[in-house]
Design a protein around this ligand. Structure first.
Ligand code: NAD
Length: 312
């Protein structure tokens, strides 16, 4: 049986990944301290996975876990909030960088060679440079502790591959949306907040005029891409994961309103400092692997709305 470790596996993207891996018949171990993730995200696979509620910064504990010598490791555990990283830079650094390097180092010194070690990074590393679409080998401008740690962990992940022969790969997610995304703060994924407001007939605060663009990707396509990339022996370096589309936020909301059959009550406020105006992935490298997205924005929104209604 294929043995897989998913750190951060009780979170939004991690839980969707875990559910797919279990469906594929993998033997899945999850490490998540439930600081943001929730057990209810994993209710569909209860009893079918090994779950450790634990901090990935506990190195001794992680070494014991890694001694299982996994076939695949997906490293998603992170303090995924940029704002949080600005408020608590050192603590978030320990999660977003130290824990990653420590795991890589433990694999190296113990001669563990997973078929793939996959580190999850973010489009945040591109910062505010104007060039679009964002290319993996283009300029980076990590402007926050979150982005600095993601970028540094990317480099460590890649260097452990080139220097020590580990099979590693990095993916940079753009704006992911879909089931199990937590809409709890105003900095949560914007479509999770829109969904909550539509469901509960609440006012949605739009920072800016809605002309800001994002490359929204449905979480099932993210999960499919992760599994696809990890299974391909020759994948290496960095891959953007997006649809390669630039969508204005207000246009996406109008599209979503039609799907939901409801009008969103929007209050417009000034843009927030630090929010970027435009974002879009260059997905040439991703497409060259042979990966083909299945859902796309419209079908993803439909599926997300059906899920949200059923959970409400
Ligand atoms: P999430 O917060 O739902 O998932 C992160 C998980 O890591 C949570 O379950 C949390 O409890 C866990 N975690 C945090 N600190 C931990 C620690 N010290 N020990 C163990 N577990 C810990 O966020 P997500 O959106 O699912 O993000 C998953 C990954 O994707 C993260 O690495 C994030 O940076 C990256 N990412 C997400 C997006 C997006 O649009 N959602 C975009 C770019 C990158």
């Amino acid at each position: 049986m294929v043995r897989v470790l998913v750190t951060g596996g009780a979170g939004f993207i991690g839980s969707n990944l875990v559910i797919s891996l279990v469906k594929e018949g993998c033997d899945v171990t999850v490490v998540d301290d439930l600081s943001m993730g929730m057990m209810k995200n994993l209710k569909d696979v209860q009893g079918k996975i090994i779950f450790y509620k634990h901090d990935v910064c506990d190195h001794v504990f992680m070494h014991r876990v890694l001694d299982a010598n996994f076939d695949y490791i997906y490293y998603l555990a992170a303090v995924a909030s940029v704002v949080d990283s600005v408020e608590r830079p050192y603590i978030t650094h320990q999660v977003n960088q130290e824990s990653v390097v420590n795991s890589l180092e433990y694999l190296r010194i113990n001669h563990y060679f997973p078929k793939k070690f996959l580190f999850i990074s973010s489009a945040a590393v591109y910062g505010n440079y104007p060039e679009l679409p964002k290319k993996e080998n283009g300029r980076v401008q990590p402007l926050t502790p979150y982005a600095v740690d993601k970028y540094a962990s990317e480099r460590f992940t890649i260097d452990y591959g080139t220097l020590y022969g580990l099979s590693t790969v990095v993916v940079r997610f753009f704006n992911v949306f879909g089931p199990r995304q937590n809409p709890s703060s105003s900095y949560s994924g914007v479509l999770s907040i829109v969904t909550k407001c539509l469901l509960k007939n609440k006012k949605f605060i739009m920072y800016g005029d809605g002309s800001q663009t994002r490359d929204f990707v449905y979480v099932d396509d993210i999960v499919r891409a992760l599994i696809f990339i990890s299974k391909k022996k020759e994948t290496c370096g960095v891959y953007n994961i997006g649809y390669g589309e630039q969508n204005k936020l207000l246009d996406v909301i109008r599209q979503y309103e039609k799907i939901a059959g409801k009008r969103l009550d929007i209050e417009f406020k000034d843009p927030r400092s630090g929010d970027i105006q435009e974002s879009m992935a260059d997905v040439t490298r991703l497409k060259k692997t042979g990966f083909v997205a299945k859902w796309g924005l419209e079908n993803g929104l439909k599926k997300y709305w059906r899920y949200a209604e059923s959970e409400f």
